[in-house]
Design a protein around this ligand. Structure first.
Ligand SMILES: NC(=O)c1ccc[n+]([C@@H]2O[C@H](COP(=O)([O-])OP(=O)(O)OC[C@H]3O[C@@H](n4cnc5c(N)ncnc54)[C@H](OP(=O)(O)O)[C@@H]3O)[C@@H](O)[C@H]2O)c1
Length: 237
């Protein structure tokens, strides 16, 4: 049976990918939860109910490589990332700055996971959840870190697929993100209006997507030979 390893499995997108893979019944699904998560045991119980195993390997390249060498996954989903608000509330560096930033988490952990696959001698399809608007000259630190992460994945030598949704949003997100949800609703409304007056392009490129619709698209792409080496924009998802 093929195996899948999901980093970021506790997130809005990650838990839907875990659910979608497990529901297939033909993929051994292993969800990664960080070992210091205060909700580790809760996640073990929740994920076990849907037939998903939990792995809590620390975010350390040799340790992660050892786990991957044992599991030998055919698919690796990298669905992690922090937010500015989490960074501000989280641990600090000795200089007093947030330790968890787009650079250290969104780029750093993606790069670590891709390198760990290479160290482990496995060649899974590496599916990276990036975001619309990334690029080397992106205006935000978020956009630049996501671009660096994409580049690390593409340069890893692994088979890869990158997905770039715009808003990932729906009423079913457990964590309350009022601004993100309101932004998605307003933005979708404007895109719908533009489509009705004859400009459907922006809606195809930028409409929000729910985690379950995104998960279906990511799983489909992960298993599709034609999606290898492709960067999927919103319209492809
Ligand atoms: N939401 C959007 O509108 C959107 C749009 C486009 C792209 N994206 C990108 O897609 C990614 C996933 O989206 P989402 O909505 O599912 O995000 P989410 O709900 O915030 O989930 C983020 C995941 O990353 C993990 N994580 C965060 N900081 C970590 C750290 N320091 N160490 C280890 N794991 C860490 C979280 O683990 P814990 O549960 O343990 O914290 C969680 O599993 C995001 O990071 C985002 O940049 C999001």
């Amino acid at each position: 049976m093929p195996a899948a390893f999901i980093a970021g499995a506790t997130g809005y997108a990650g838990r839907e990918v875990a659910r979608a893979l497990a529901a297939r019944g033909d993929v051994r699904t292993v969800a990664h939860v960080r070992p210091d998560s205060p909700r580790l045991e809760e996640w073990r119980a929740r994920l076990a109910c849907i037939g998903v195993e939990v792995d809590a390997t620390p975010w350390d390249a040799p340790l992660m490589a050892s786990t991957l060498a044992t599991l030998r996954p055919d698919l690796v989903f990298c669905l992690i990332g922090t937010t500015r608000a989490r960074g501000v509330k989280g641990p600090r560096t000795p200089a007093g700055r947030p330790a968890e930033t787009y650079e250290t988490v969104d780029f750093g952990l993606t790069d670590l996971l891709a390198r760990a696959c290479v160290m482990a001698g496995v060649r899974p399809r590496f599916v990276y959840l990036s975001a619309a608007g990334t690029g080397p000259d992106a205006r935000t630190a978020y956009g630049r870190a996501r671009w660096k992460a994409e580049e690390a994945v593409r340069a890893s030598g692994l088979p890869w697929t990158v997905a770039r949704p715009a808003f990932v949003s729906g009423p079913d997100r457990e964590e309350r993100r009022i601004l993100e949800r309101a932004g998605a609703i307003v933005f979708d409304g404007l895109l719908g209006l533009a489509a009705r007056i004859g400009a459907p392009g922006p809606r195809r490129r930028l409409a929000s997507i729910t985690a379950s619709a995104l998960a279906s698209a990511l799983v489909r792409a992960a298993l599709d030979p034609a999606a290898e080496g492709r960067t999927l924009e919103r319209a492809d998802l």
